[in-house]
Write a protein that binds this ligand. Structure first.
Ligand code: SF4
Ligand code: SF4
Length: 101
């Protein structure tokens, strides 16, 4: 089974440096203000046939910063096929795919 937390651990250190992604490649953006409870959803994670999403459990520290809250992220946007499955399945409309023309 594709375990979201394990997938994140395996890919965390291999996440691409977005500053080095060439123009023209897609960006898959998850809005954390709309995706507020990813652990109980993960529909994007399950819908992506290319397995490009990871789940970051964040930290349980009550003083945690916004960027340390649980989240889903697309860790390999350069492999996105623009199928838009994740966008369509997200109940919160939290996912945006950006491409540079
Ligand atoms: S658009 Fe398709 S390939 Fe790209 S991240 Fe979403 S589900 Fe995956
Ligand atoms: S489908 Fe949407 S709400 Fe659900 S985890 Fe993914 S981004 Fe968050």
């Amino acid at each position: 089974m594709h375990d979201p937390e394990q997938a994140f651990k395996l890919t965390r250190d291999r996440a691409p440096d977005h500053s080095k992604i060439a123009d023209g490649l897609p960006e898959v953006i998850v809005n954390p203000a709309l995706c507020t409870n990813p652990k109980d959803c993960l529909l994007c994670f399950r819908s992506c046939s290319s397995k490009l999403f990871a789940y970051d459990p964040g930290t349980a520290d009550p003083q945690t910063r916004a960027d340390q809250l649980p989240r889903v992220l697309c860790h390999m946007p350069e492999l996105c096929t623009l199928c838009m499955q994740c966008v369509e399945v997200c109940p919160q409309k939290a996912i945006t795919i950006k491409t540079t023309e």
